[in-house]
Design a binder for this molecule. Structure first.
Ligand code: NDP
Length: 312
């Protein structure tokens, strides 16, 4: 074992950094490993206007840099690197960093986030930050009175389409099947909103545009005799085909739902293992907001501090 730490935080989104601020101020000398995407999902959005305290909004990367600095000021030791192995069989827990460094941790806060799924089209990369988004709540505001497409037929897609319909002039819901998978209530909701048009049996196969998204290349009834290809003019392309929680490393030890989100009793950060806490999107299939992640990071650090006090 290379090192023993009181509090190890895994992940550097708003949940991880907030946990680090609280754990640092509680003298837990937290060590935080940033993971493969330092700053987390927020660094992939352009401008954040829904985080309280930033009138006029804030650049996502800047906000995460501020949170990181604040965590360091609070005494957190923030390190580049990803945890690649976890042994939670016994206390202290053993975690291994890429490169082989091992840590014995008295408490572990898992804040590894979730990753939005993309279709895998090269154009999603090409137009990243230029009309492609996987977060309607984050980026919808930029499409006021514009035309957008939302891909997906589940609850998230319906919720996003309904949200965007209040901002955009027109929302196309691009659904690959001839029906929606979403709950009945969400289906009815989108069907009753005048500026939402559902395009059943449609797949997106690419995007067009000179300086940003100007259209989506669609294929209707893929593989059928009447298969049709056409370009639909849009300004924004939203993915809502699900998220993948980054819980794989810990799934052998902790309870998760079918999709891999951690499940905790009464939704608190406490898990069934003493001293192991979860925070942020990896334990939240429902809200997935920066502010809710930050709040849960705070709770996890408070729980870790109380746990260590009780343990003596
Ligand atoms: P889901 O997995 O439920 O739905 C994903 C949707 O995306 C499906 O319609 C699926 O199509 C479609 N899809 C997946 N891959 C592709 C692809 N490659 N091309 C085109 N379409 C694709 O994910 P959600 O994020 O919607 O929901 C996750 C969970 O969270 C669910 O349990 C949901 O009920 C819950 N949730 C609840 C909410 C609420 O209660 N307010 C809000 C949001 C989510 P297909 O149907 O053909 O597989």
């Amino acid at each position: 074992m290379n090192e023993t730490v009181k509090c190890l935080i895994v992940g550097s989104g708003p949940a991880g950094y907030t946990a680090a601020i609280y754990a640092g101020r509680a003298n837990l000398c937290p060590v935080l490993y940033e993971g493969i995407q330092p700053g987390g999902q927020l660094t992939t959005t352009t401008h954040i206007e829904n985080f309280p305290g930033y009138p006029g909004g804030v650049d996502g990367t800047q906000m995460m840099a501020d949170l990181r600095k604040q965590a360091q000021e609070a005494g957190a030791d923030i390190r580049v690197g990803a945890i690649v192995k976890a042994d939670l069989n016994k206390l202290p827990y053993t975690l291994t960093v890429d490169g082989g460094h091992t840590l014995a941790a008295e408490t572990v806060i898992i804040a590894t986030g979730a990753t939005a799924k993309y279709l895998g089209l090269p154009d999603e990369q090409k137009y990243a930050g230029m009309g492609v988004s996987a977060c309607a709540t984050c980026d919808g505001f930029f499409y006021r009175k514009k035309v957008v497409a939302v891909v997906g037929g589940g609850d998230t897609a319906c919720e996003d389409a309904a949200y965007l319909s209040g901002l955009a002039s027109k929302v196309y819901l691009v659904v690959r099947k001839p029906y929606l998978r979403a709950s009945k209530i969400m289906q009815e909701r989108v069907q009753n909103i005048a500026n939402i048009e559902i395009l059943f049996e449609h797949n997106a196969e690419g995007l067009t545009g000179e300086n940003g998204v100007e259209g989506v290349k669609l294929v209707k009834r893929l593989g059928e005799a009447d298969e049709t290809h056409y370009v639909l003019p849009i300004d924004g392309f939203f993915l809502a085909i699900g998220h993948k929680p980054n819980s794989d490393l810990f799934r052998d030890y902790l309870d998760t739902d079918e999709a891999g989100y951690f499940i905790t009793a009464d939704g608190s950060p406490r898990t069934k293992l003493p001293g192991v806490f979860v925070a942020g999107d990896v334990a939240d299939p429902t809200y997935r907001q920066a502010i809710t992640a930050a709040g849960s990071g705070c709770k996890a650090a408070i729980e870790a501090e109380r746990y260590l006090v009780m343990k003596g």
